[in-house]
Design a protein around this ligand. Sequence first.
Ligand code: HEC
Length: 461
Amino acid sequence: MVGCFLIFSVSNLLALESQNIDPFAVNNGEIPSKKEYSGALFKFNFNYPVSYEEPINTPWSKVTNGKKLTKEKAYDYIMALKKYIEPSVKTFVLDQEKWNKSLQKDWYSMLWAGENVDLTGWEGREAIYGTYTGQIQPASVYKDFGLTVPVRNYAAIYYDKVAAYTLHEVFKKCDESEDSCIPSVNNDEAQFKEGAIIIKAASASATPEQWPVLEGAAKWKIYRKPFDMNGTIKDKPPVVTDTRVTIFDIIIKDSVAAPETGWVFTTLVYDKNAKGDNAWDKMVPLGAMWGNDPAVNSAQNPKEELLETYINPKAPAYAKVTLGYGLRLSGPFDIAVKYDVKVNGKTVKKLRSSSCMSCHGTASFLPKSYNMVTPFYPVESIKNGIWTMYEPGSKIWNQWFQNRWGNIPQSEEKDVIALDYSTFLEQVLMNYAADYSHDNNLKNYSIFEKWRKFKRESRSH
Ligand code: HEC
């Protein structure tokens, strides 16, 4: 199933050292001086809840009223989620200093994600706001919306108390005083419980002058090295940089709304023309999806209506450039659209190749070998930076657009563990695998080489 990735040179294999990694690291170790930044820094809460209580009478369950979610109800559903998290999360978006100083009650962050990990290419958590480096897109993607420079995004990810209970299950053997943190994933520990909410907000490096859609957006300072189209410029020092909050994802485990996948993926985007008193009010629904619409072959029947994706007709136009396969949901920074790819030997300028749930649905882990299981995209091979995609709508392509429960892996390979749509968990398990491989002197560099290069490729358009 996995395409052939026999493409990567071995030239920089030797340059990379495997390293000892601190799973409990708060950040990547680059801390701004007081002169550069005098405010409070990101706090790392991994004191995960040790018990699970199912939320009842929730505002979103009132919207669905015991039935599967529909397009008619999706807008209200997203707004119910937005309102539910608003009391604490509004501060997180609008007031960096206040959030960093607050208790951040019931919001938790990920272990094994603080430090840089050379073997996996992970760039760790940044010190001011705990953000992770995201994808880089050229100005051309948003040329119709005034973007004049390449844009990178920086994402902050938090788990609510229900979602964090699953992090407890996965990391229950972790003990900071013993400096030990071996994840447990073999017995469905990585499956999230009903009502789990995970949020991911991403800010853009472009200023409103460079990208007018961001006028009036909330501002976050972050501490990162500069970047170019090839990624982070590693030999330059980090700088305190203003970024603008552009998107806000909310995903929820709701098996009533989403009986075939268990999850509803939603996203809000900044709309400078929306009504509201502040930049949080102006985060408007782009859409929601609760399945991949496997019954709709969008390549063969492009006009057939999707029933498991809702797109808000009033969402700002810039946010729709990057919708996924057959216009399934995907957000501005998710790179669901691949440019200049090959299909059946021909170059295709722009191919909608993913969706929130298509990409997240690949999340999996192969203990011991750590081999990459299913790539994020329906890609057959990558040679010299050229992506050859499976034929859209073909049987193999459609494997990326099925509905599966979170413990069923897409791959049929033996011993693969499905991670319930958490691509972030997949990343940190690989960070753990890098540390384990170092400690045990495993000569498995080529596995990480493949993984790292693929991740790097996936993060550019
Ligand atoms: C092509 C792949 C891809 C697509 C499409 C995608 N994501 Fe993600 N997402 C990731 C990866 C990879 C991460 C892990 C963090 C990282 O590596 O930066 C992530 C992390 C997240 C997280 C943090 C939770 C977790 O455990 O993984 C949320 C929430 C999320 N994405 C929501 C969304 C939503 C909502 C959409 C669609 C609007 C979306 N994603 C589309 C790849 C994708």
